[in-house]
Design a protein. Sequence first.
Length: 414
Amino acid sequence: MTNYTNPFTGLTISPASVSYEALTISVSTTLQWPINGNDNTPVSNIIDVTATTTGLLLKLPPATQVSTGQSVLVRNVGTNSFTVANSSGGTIIAVPSGIAEFIFLTDNTTTDGTWASVVFGAGTSSANASALAGYGLLASGLTLNQNYTSTAYFGNVTLPATLRAQFVLWKGGVGTITLPSASAVGVGWFCMIRNSGTGILTLTPAGTDTIDGNANQQLQLTESLVLVATTTGWNTFGYGRSNSFAYTQFAATVTGGTLTLSSTQAANTIQEYTGVLTSNQIVEVPATVQLYTFTNTTTGAYTFTVRVAGSSGAFVVIPRSTSMVLISDGTNVYNAASGTSSAIASLSLDSGTAGSPPFAFTAASTSGIYLASAGGSPQVGFTINGTQVGYYTTTGLVMSGTVTALGGISGGTF
């Protein structure tokens, strides 16, 4: 502290406010107001304190000797914490190492007074990592670290929002995990899912959400992926495909028209289609080399055709209730079993209708042969352009139109 001497009396004059003091204490110490002439332990505006041991008090002078608003900034520049106390030793505030406390008087009607304090700053950050650690984070000392906790499920379940950033393990058999609404959990919500069970796992979005544009996603044994919520549903990355169970299935309900498969949908080797057709159905596969198995279990008197998108090449018409192995070369779609055979022991066909006969032709799919009537009096019908023109019964042939004999008639009954 700087001293000032009266040139007339030779006595020391203490300033009303001392700006700074560096103070080292080894015992509990009582400060003095500068107006009392003390030049050893004054209450400066700013005091840097070093405590040489723990448990020490830094006592402020009597509050009745100054007015309200009197303040001091106390900073602990040592390694040991200490306590700022009132004149009787009552605690005002404990000051940890590296912390500065701004202390000010709010009531001076008693000797101890009433003091308030505000944390003025810290020399080094000391955030509470445990309080900050949210989903996917682990507090380790004063730092936050990435952390994946795991949750196992053995039966069908709807994932809760609290599984953000968690690793979900499926350990059941064939089952379904229903995802939360992407809009409810928020864009950017994510989790990891692995099929560690004994059967295929189906991931089903909620409401109108999709997964990579699909109605669902299947995980074979040992397969895994990362799901991320977006504005339109769910997207995935890191899909690990099983080497042992390489085939996945895409199932769709169709009603007619043209369905162009996305690359994700077409990546499923097994394609299964159901639904009631109200018009001819066309399924377009990408212009790439791929092997498919298509199953047509739709109903309705309309055709089901598979072709390459944007190509005028060969295509395949799949009859109802039929599964076929198809090959795409990027331009054409072929029936993999279309090779010749010297003999067929038996062949069973769907009954069909006049508009969709099971025995038909690629160039005229509504012309052919079908079962017009079953039961005790079966009828095998003939259809041209979807209209019955005749049929065989147990008693003979019945024609609905004019019969023309180009070569004449010889013998028998006509």
